[in-house]
Write a protein that binds this ligand. Structure first.
Ligand code: HEC
Ligand code: HEC
Length: 278
């Protein structure tokens, strides 16, 4: 049963129509694409500095050997063969070029990208210098199958095993996200960058590595906007704690712009406080 079902999910071919995207070429969009890739989408965290891939992204004998692809246009990289439609499916749907579900990707968050932003990401990726790094094919171990089943029980934003299983592939995407200091843009950024750890209600979790409560029901209820921005930019909270960067990717998030952090702050003020016994 476990085998048959997970085998079905591994072999299943998703027929996702090509998104109708206009790929920009102007400087501003390419800069936006780079910011989305490096800071918001965190691609280098898994695909490596310079995005030439990581052969050993996940290498656990029982689970399997899951490398993260070389994204550059070198012939060893997917950029040499990927079409715009392929990029969009991999990024927002978690589905590879052969139509099958990718494993270990972050499409649970990236599915929320607007058309304009996913287009800016693709535009930027197409400008990467070719980088030669051979990436071996994926191999699944014995325990990969039960993990795939377990992932179905997780809330959608936490399914980083096989996100394609839970993504609504027919959902419509916003054409653009208007950057600005607004609750809407703050919500957009939070869905892309914070929810995977801090959870959908931003109330956090109890395991190490799951984010803390960042609603106004936690410490943030006593912080000012300036203190919040300082905490993300410097890693020091008003309580005098240093954020544990093993778990909280402050080195990356400090590159969020001040306006982006102000938008996130506004969004946090707009949602219900979560109060949890710890
Ligand atoms: C949490 C880690 C992680 C993050 C963050 C991440 N990826 Fe990946 N990505 C992976 C892994 C692992 C694979 C290989 C999946 C597989 O082979 O099943 C992959 C595969 C891909 C593929 C498919 C390559 C192929 O073999 O066809 C593309 C395209 C891709 N990622 C693009 C991106 C882009 C663009 C970003 C940033 C916006 C990104 N990824 C962020 C882990 C990640
Ligand atoms: C990869 C997981 C991860 C992501 C992504 C993440 N965080 Fe965190 N965050 C954590 C963890 C874990 C902690 C607790 C750190 C510690 O114990 O020092 C934390 C702590 C915090 C704190 C300190 C709270 C306090 O009471 O001291 C703030 C503020 C915060 N995160 C904001 C954010 C925001 C805003 C985002 C999105 C822009 C974000 N985090 C994205 C994991 C994450």
């Amino acid at each position: 049963m476990v085998f048959a079902y997970s085998e079905y999910q591994i072999r299943r071919v998703y027929g996702i129509p090509a998104a109708n995207l206009a790929i920009p070429t102007d400087e501003a969009s390419l800069a936006r694409g780079q910011h989305l890739v490096e800071v918001i989408g965190a691609c280098p965290e898994c695909h490596g500095y310079s995005l030439q891939g990581r052969p050993d992204f996940l290498n656990e004998p029982l689970i399997g050997h899951i490398p993260a692809a070389n994204l550059t246009p070198h012939q060893t990289g997917v950029g040499s063969v990927y079409t715009v439609a392929d990029w969009e499916r991999a990024i927002r749907h978690g589905v590879g070029r052969d139509g099958r579900a990718l494993i270990g990707v972050s499409s649970g968050a990236l599915q929320h990208l607007s058309d304009a932003d996913v287009a800016a990401i693709i535009a930027y990726l197409q400008t990467l210098p070719p980088g030669k790094r051979e990436i071996p094919p994926r191999q699944l171990g014995l325990l990969a199958r039960p993990f795939i089943l377990i992932s179905l029980l997780l809330p959608e934003e936490e399914n980083d095993i096989m996100p394609a299983l839970l993504i609504d592939h027919n959902a419509s995407h916003p054409p653009a996200s208007e950057p600005g200091i607004t609750v809407e843009y703050g919500r957009y950024l939070v869905l892309l960058t914070c929810v995977e750890c801090h959870k959908a209600d931003l109330g956090g979790g109890s395991e190490p590595g799951e984010g803390m409560n960042i609603t106004t029901g936690g410490n943030l209820g006593r912080w000012t906007e300036a203190e919040f921005i300082r905490a993300i930019k410097t890693g020091r909270t008003p309580e005098g704690n240093s954020l544990n960067i093993t778990y909280m990717p402050q080195n990356r998030l400090r590159h969020l712009t001040e306006d982006e952090l102000r938008a996130i702050w506004l969004y946090i003020q707009s949602i219900p406080p979560v109060v949890r016994e710890r």
